[in-house]
Ligand binder design. Structure first.
Ligand SMILES: [Zn+2]
Length: 474
């Protein structure tokens, strides 16, 4: 298929087994985004509308995101960035790639983590991408972006959808079409920018106490790539030309400054854990069960086995294994979150609620865990409690569509039909389905008190839908 016809679709889902029925079957959306932000995003979604051919999926998992925060925080701080403001999110893609589209998110392909083999390479990639943020390469792109209609606002669009979860269940409804070629040109940097980013990355790694050896290892990993034809290269190689000069520069930096300490014990643990979750969900359960035996950390081994059993629909063994991991790390909320996932996907509502409740007690501010807890409350018909937990979750991460979908059900069950219509409208809007969005938003406006915050959000959607129609008719 010619590239021009091949559009990429971005959607987001947490790990789940595709054939296990979703908690509830309804569709729904986002709230609590700054109203103007929503309106901007909606316009962009409309601009991006394209025939979807390929899905890019963002994986949301509380344990993975915590691990990536642990691995990236010292580097981001060294770069002068706030680790609470810059999130590292994983895209479900087996190729080796990473990119930034705005100042708040570094996207890393799952394939990069699996191929990195070592926390130091991933940390070098994070340092390099952080350098694109701090060196102003995104600002420059922002200017270029405005000149190209097809990529206009892509950064904002990706930023918005970065937090959206649950697309897998929504049969593709929650997705943003992005032209592949537009995405590629948008993500490319000049060679000068690449060299500058490497040089900053080396400094960040050095001042974080890690040393720049990971940067050398990164270039070594891909030395062979340059001789491959473009079609066989990893996308990272195409968007990040790995010249010999860059390799030499990294080696010279290490020669002058020393190799550094490399990843800490904690870094190695969290890298193994993130990699362990990713591979356990992406590889066959047999592969995972074989490899888990070589896992040096006993709790990670138990976790990998638990996921493999879960994927084999073996609930008793998966629960037994995750309980072993919990026994080894009783204060770890993420193992309890995983246990909740196994149980809820096996329709064990009450035990799932108990597991998520324990996870919330250990991590009361984790948006993903709070959202899962809310969904479990919904499953046992505790609508008001569910609403409270999910609203709290959305205050922390407003872009979690799975939670928004569940929240609309909670609203509907408690007679808050205006709010239910509003979040449904927002969900459709995010999916680029502005006609559907407008329909539900108009309904919300009729149901919600005039001038209320909810009504204003609904009006923004109607405005965005109208603008989109005007644009299309031109
Ligand atoms: Zn780069």
């Amino acid at each position: 298929m010619p590239i021009s016809q091949c559009a990429a679709m971005l959607n987001i889902r947490p790990f789940r087994l595709p054939t296990i029925p979703p908690l509830h079957g309804k569709v729904n959306v986002l709230s609590a985004l700054a109203t103007r932000g929503v309106a901007v995003a909606l316009v962009i979604v409309a601009l991006m509308a394209a025939t979807p051919a390929r899905a890019l999926t963002i994986l949301r998992d509380a344990g993975i995101e915590y691990g990536l925060t642990q691995l990236s925080a010292p580097i981001l701080r060294a770069a002068g960035l706030n680790p609470n403001r810059v999130k590292v999110l994983v895209i479900d893609d087996s190729s080796f790639n990473a990119f930034v589209v705005d100042r708040s998110t570094i996207f890393v392909h799952s394939g990069l983590i699996e191929k990195a083999g070592d926390g130091s390479v991933l940390q070098a990639v994070i340092a390099h991408e952080a350098a694109h943020i701090t060196n102003g390469h995104i600002t420059r792109r922002g200017v270029n972006m405005r000149s190209a209609q097809t990529v206009a606002g892509l950064g904002i669009a990706l930023g918005i959808i970065a937090g959206v979860a649950g697309a897998g269940e929504a049969a593709g409804g929650l997705a943003i079409g992005v032209q592949n070629s537009a995405l590629r040109s948008f993500l490319s940097h000049t060679r000068a920018e690449e060299s500058a980013a490497d040089s900053s990355a080396a400094n960040y790694l050095q001042s974080a106490g890690l040393g720049a050896q990971g940067l050398v290892a990164l270039h070594e990993t891909f030395r062979g790539q340059e001789v491959l034809s473009a079609g066989r290269q990893d996308p990272y190689t195409r968007s990040h030309p790995l010249t010999r000069d860059r390799m030499r520069a990294a080696q010279a930096y290490v020669a002058a400054n020393g190799a550094g300490a490399g990843p800490s014990d904690a870094d190695r643990y969290w890298f193994a854990r993130v990699d362990g979750v990713l591979t356990a969900f992406s590889r066959s359960p047999d592969w995972t069960l074989r490899r888990a035996a070589e896992e040096p950390w006993p709790d990670i081994r138990a976790m990998r086995e638990a996921i493999a059993y879960h994927r084999n629909r073996d609930l008793s063994n998966s629960v037994a294994a995750i309980d072993r991991a919990i026994a080894l790390r009783p204060d770890d909320p993420f193992y309890r979150d995983l246990k909740g996932q196994f149980l809820i996907e096996s329709r064990q509502w009450q035990p799932a609620l108990a597991a998520y409740g324990e996870a919330v007690n250990l991590a009361p501010d984790d948006a993903l865990i709070l959202g899962n807890y809310g969904r479990a409350l919904l499953a046992v018909d505790r609508y008001k409690d569910a609403q409270q937990a999910m609203e709290k979750s959305l205050q922390r991460d407003a872009r979690n569509a799975r939670v928004l979908r569940a929240l609309s059900l909670a609203y509907a069950e408690t007679g808050q039909t205006g709010m239910a219509a509003l979040v449904t409208a927002e969900r459709f809007a995010l999916a680029g389905r502005l006609e559907d969005a407008e329909l539900h938003a108009s309904r919300a406006i009729a149901l919600l008190p005039r001038g209320s915050a909810g009504a204003r959000r609904a009006e923004d959607i109607v405005d965005a839908a109208k603008q989109d129609k005007k644009r299309k008719s031109r």
